[in-house]
Structures are given as C-alpha cells and as structure tokens.
Design a protein around this ligand. Structure first.
Ligand code: BJW
Length: 224
C-alpha cells in the first residue's frame, strides 16, 4: 500500500507552533501574505528576517507531538511506500523519526544564498546579514518558498501522487496552492483520499472522507 501524506501547520499546532490562518495566526499584526513574499523581502529584509529568526529560535522550545510520532511509526511499517510531503518549515517530522520527508515550502534550518545559489545549514539569526560561507557575499535569505515562488520537488511529489493508493491530508487549510490541489490531482489518478483536520478545510468536499478533530488524536487512531 503506497501512501502519500501531506501535512500543514495544524499538525504542529499541538506542539506549540502557531498556525497561519487561525485566531493566533498574525505575526506582529502582519498576515503571512504580507511577509512571505519576495516583494516584502525586497522592501523590508530586516522585518522578514526577524519573522524567520524568531520562528527559528522558537524551534528549540518545541517537541514533536503524537501526530508526528504516529507518522514516524507508520514509516517503520511502510518503509519506502510512505512519503510525507510537508508544507511546514519546522523539523518536527524528522525529530519524531521520519526520514522520508519532502519540505515543499523549504526549511527554517537552511539558508539560501541569492548570490551563489548555495544552501547552508543555518541555526542562528539572519537578521545581522551574515556573509555566505561559500562565496563570501552578504546575500543569505531564508530557504523558504514565498508566494509567487515555485514550491520545491514538485516533480517528485506529482510522481508519488500518481503512484499512490492513498492520499492523506493533515492539518492544512486548503487555502494555498499547489498543495491545496493535490486532492484533485490524486483523485484524478484513482487514488483514495482522506482529510484529517480540526475543521472542514476549503477543499474538504473533494476528499472521499473527511474526519474532524485534533491531529494529535486523529492521526494515531488512523495509523493504528
Ligand atoms: C488543526 C489543528 C490541530 C489547527 N489538529 N488540525 C489562485 C488560485 C490558485 C493559486 C493561486 C491563486 N492566486 C495565487 C495563487 C498562487 C499562490 C496561492 O496559493 N495563493 C493563495 C493565497 C490563493 N501560491 C503560490 O504562490 C505558490 N507558488 C506557486 O503557485 O507557484 C506556481 C507553480 C506551482 C507549481 C508548479 C509550478 C508553478 C507558493 C506558495 C508558498 C506558500 N508559502 C507559505 C510560507 C512558507 C514559509 C513559512 O512558513 O513562512 O507557506 S504561506 C503559508 O501557507 C505557509 C504554509 O505552508 C501555507 C499553508 O498553510 P497551512 O499549513 O494550510 O496553515 P493554515 O494556518 O492555513 O491552516 C492550518 C489548518 O490546521 C487549519 O485548517 C486549522 O483548522 C487546522 N488545525 N490546529 C488538526 N491541532
């Protein structure tokens, strides 16, 4: 049985990582659509760095929750037949033990050099505009995918969706494409689809089945 799992901010909410579009989703009064764009970065790089530096620092104080751990257990059973595609830039899937994880919107613990296009593991602040360790130019940006940029590994994701038997979406609002379109893409290839989310998402009606509740409760029940 080949399974593709898509995760969003809701799976990390019970770990204490704020979601984007729930009540506590604003950052210093900004909507994510106002800070997560190349235009915002060009206009106010220090503000955007502060947003990501704060979230990177907060990672140290959070732990994976039962939903992340259940997906890691599922990988022990399914091996290469499970692929977790996450929109999250935290590392909670990896810390729970998952190894087959694609970060389609990038990773907090990586920086991308706009000068040499190299990537570097980055645990500190970018707010002080450090030099790239490879080329020496001060051009490091968060290695994340902003609105208008192309999400990472789309070819691999599409291929996995085409070959899957089951697609499961966990903790995502269905407000952001292309991830919100995966359910239609999977269904179009004859794949069964299941949504696990706190409330109906914007695309719930497109799933064969949708269950509502906390990811920390629904995911372990689904996995066992
Ligand atoms: C719980 C829970 C609990 C809470 N248990 N559940 C019109 C139509 C189609 C597309 C577009 C369009 N207009 C513009 C576009 C394109 C645009 C887009 O989608 N815009 C929308 C606003 C409409 N998309 C893009 O620009 C993307 N690029 C693109 O399309 O390129 C073209 C292309 C694609 C493919 C191939 C070739 C070309 C890029 C999108 C980049 C998004 N980036 C961000 C920031 C990343 C870095 C960062 O983290 O800062 O990604 S924005 C933000 O939203 C972040 C998230 O990953 C993403 C999704 O959010 P998510 O995870 O769904 O979180 P929430 O908060 O929205 O929802 C949480 C859910 O959990 C809620 O439903 C809760 O109920 C639930 N929940 N607690 C279970 N305990």
């Amino acid at each position: 049985m080949r399974v593709v799992v898509l995760t969003g901010a809701g799976i990390s909410a019970e770990s204490g990582v704020p979601t984007f579009r729930d009540a506590d989703g604003l950052w210093e009064g900004h909507r994510v659509e106002d800070v997560a764009t190349p235009e915002a970065y060009a206009a106010q790089p220090a503000v955007v760095h502060r947003f990501y530096d704060a979230r990177r620092a907060a990672l140290a104080g959070v732990e994976p929750n039962p939903a992340h751990r259940a997906l890691a257990r599922l990988e022990e059973h399914l091996g290469d037949d499970l692929l977790v595609v996450t929109q999250n830039i935290d590392d909670l899937h990896e810390r729970a033990g998952s190894t087959r994880v694609l970060h389609m919107h990038g990773e907090l613990l990586s920086a991308l050099c706009r000068a040499c296009e190299g990537r570097v593991r980055w645990a500190g602040d970018l707010g002080d505009f450090p030099d790239c360790p490879s080329c020496g130019v001060s051009a490091l940006r968060p290695d994340v995918v902003w609105f208008g940029e192309i999400p990472y590994q789309m070819d691999r994701i599409q291929e996995a969706l085409e070959r899957a038997d089951l697609f499961v979406s966990i903790g995502t609002s269905g407000a952001v494409y292309p991830a919100a379109g995966f359910v239609q893409y999977a269904s179009g290839h004859g794949v069964r689809t299941l949504e696990l989310n706190l409330q109906p998402s914007e695309v719930s009606r497109l799933f064969h089945e949708a269950r509502q509740g906390l990811a920390g409760e629904l995911v372990p029940v689904w996995v066992e």
